[in-house]
Structure formats: structure tokens, C-alpha cells
Write a protein that binds this ligand. Structure first.
Ligand SMILES: Nc1ncnc2c1ncn2[C@@H]1O[C@H](COP(=O)(O)OP(=O)(O)OP(=O)(O)O)[C@@H](O)[C@H]1O
Ligand SMILES: [Mg+2]
Length: 272
């Protein structure tokens, strides 16, 4: 099984919900390493020697023009797209390039796509409950009474995403922003160590965007976040380090101020 998951030398295991999963080795600092990743679509290089390292607990923002390769990068991390060359490691020892999408999700990487995908005909509470991980023995008991610990975990998550007062509301009746937060809550139920979020504030009101900034800042630290966004105000609000992608590789990286004043970044993305 470990061989199948591409784990060379796991340093321990942790219990998440009721499922054991390998402990990611962050003893050297980084939780994600992309090294020299290239991806071609019909000869077009969507990623071209991309190198990126994200530290454990970091909130990293990725910006760059349309077609720069940001979503493709997330596809590579989550196993949706296999790179033509290069390596992807989760911590020191988990080789993601040898794993498929479900395996990558199971080691602790959660991904949020732009469009919210909640169960519209279920309540907020039920959506979070459905997102919980169960092992087979628990599945057998699924129709028995909900465990107190599960209710507590769902309640804690509703507090984090500020939907406690919407617990019994059908997800389909929530605002766009609330649906996005619910989906983030559903990811949190799986206790991921790394969260990938692609354009999370697109379509949100200013208030919702502001609230999302607070949410992301509170989530970082205990876990790592990689956020792709075009909303520069939002990025300036949350990011410590910003990586600028252009034509499939890193054009610039640093604090928002440095990136903002970088001549090449202004030329290809920010404009004058
Ligand atoms: N499955 C695919 N088949 C062919 N070309 C693809 C595929 N996926 C992405 N591309 C191309 O690769 C390039 C990078 O696309 P990608 O979606 O990663 O860009 P992006 O940085 O996320 O852009 P945006 O800001 O518009 O979301 C684009 O030119 C795109 O058309
Ligand atoms: Mg994209």
C-alpha cells in the first residue's frame, strides 16, 4: 500500500476522522515541492520548467495572466494532469507523481474549484456531514445515531465558516459566497494539510471577499494554502509571498510590494 501511494519513508501516521493517513514530513520546512515541471498540450507548453516551494503553514498566492498555467499547476499537484517531466513532492517523502487523484486527496490535499459544488437539496449541516470521512466500520453504523464527536466537529466547522445560523438551511438557498464557504467547510471536514483554491472570491460581493480574506488568514498556520486569484486587493490583503506565473514558469516571487514594482510583472500582467 505504501509503495502504491509512493511513500518512501513515512515518519508516522495520523488518524483523520476514522481513517489513517500517512503523516506528511515537513521537518525541512516545505510542504510542497514542484521541481522542473513541464506539461504540454499538443506541443504547447502550458507549464515550462516550473519550480515552486511552499512552506508548511504558508498562505501563498499565485497570480499571472490568463493562460499562464495556474490552473494547470493545480491539476498537476492533484494528479488530474500528469507532467511530462519534473517531480512533485508533498513534504519530504510523498511522491505525488506516483499517485492518482483519490490517493492524492487521501494523503491530505484538498482542492476547491471555482464553481461551488455543494449538495443543493441538503442542509448546511448535512453537507458537512456528507463530507466527513468514514471508514468501513463506521459506514456500517452510518444509520445509527450520530456520534457526539461528529456533531461537535461539524459545529466547529460551521463556526469557522460562519454558517452556524444557517445549519438547517438548504444549501441551494445560500448566497454565492456562503456556498463557497460551505464548500471550503466540506474540504476542512477531511482535515487537509494543504488546500488549493482556484479563484475563490470570483463573483463574491466586497463584504464576502473581505470575510473570505479573514477566513483564509485564520486557516493558514495550522495548514497551508495555495490561492490563485486575479483580485489584487484580495491578494494584497492575505498574501505574505506572491508568485507570478507567466508562460508556464515563475516570472517573479516575493512580497506584494516587490512583485508590484517589478517591471516585467507590470509589463505582462499588472499594467501601468
Ligand atoms: N486540457 C487542456 N488541453 C489543451 N490545452 C489546455 C488544457 N488545459 C489548459 N490548456 C492550455 O494551457 C494554458 C494554461 O492554461 P491554464 O488554465 O493553466 O491557465 P490559467 O493561468 O489558469 O489561466 P486563467 O487565469 O485564465 O484561469 C492555456 O493556454 C490553456 O488553453
Ligand atoms: Mg485558471
Amino acid at each position: 500500500m505504501q509503495e502504491m501511494l509512493g511513500i518512501k519513508n513515512p515518519i508516522g501516521r495520523s488518524t483523520i476522522g476514522h481513517v489513517t493517513k500517512p503523516e506528511v514530513d515537513i521537518s525541512h520546512g516545505p510542504i510542497l515541492y514542484l521541481e522542473d515541471i513541464s506539461v504540454s498540450f499538443d506541443g504547447f507548453k502550458a507549464l515550462n520548467g516550473l519550480c515552486l516551494t511552499v512552506d508548511a503553514g504558508e498562505l501563498r498566492c499565485i497570480i499571472g495572466p490568463n493562460g499562464a498555467g495556474k490552473t494547470t499547476m493545480m491539476d498537476v499537484i492533484t494528479g488530474k494532469t500528469k507532467p511530462d517531466s519534473g517531480t512533485v513532492f508533498f513534504g519530504q517523502s510523498i511522491d505525488l507523481s506516483r499517485m492518482n487523484e483519490p490517493q492524492i486527496a487521501s494523503v491530505g490535499i484538498g482542492r476547491k474549484f471555482q464553481k461551488p459544488t455543494v449538495f443543493e437539496n441538503h442542509t448546511v449541516f448535512e453537507n458537512l456531514e456528507l463530507a466527513m470521512k468514514y471508514d468501513k466500520s463506521v459506514l456500517k453504523n452510518l444509520f445509527s445515531k450520530r456520534k457526539q464527536s461528529q456533531i461537535q466537529k461539524i459545529t466547529e466547522t460551521m463556526e469557522i465558516i460562519d454558517l452556524v445560523d444557517q445549519a438547517d438551511r438548504l444549501a441551494g438557498l445560500l448566497s454565492h459566497g456562503q456556498k463557497q464557504w460551505l464548500e471550503i467547510g466540506m474540504l476542512l471536514m477531511q482535515e487537509p494539510q494543504l488546500l488549493l483554491l482556484d479563484e475563490p472570491v470570483a463573483g463574491m460581493t466586497d463584504d464576502e471577499t473581505e470575510k473570505t480574506a479573514k477566513l483564509f488568514k485564520s486557516l493558514a498556520g495550522d495548514r497551508s494554502l495555495v490561492v490563485v486569484e486575479h483580485d489584487m486587493e484580495f491578494v494584497a490583503e492575505i498574501a505574505s509571498t506572491v508568485t507570478v506565473l507567466h508562460e508556464g514558469s515563475v516570472l517573479a516571487e516575493g512580497c506584494m510590494e516587490d512583485v508590484h514594482s517589478n517591471e516585467r510583472v507590470i509589463e505582462v500582467y499588472l499594467g501601468r
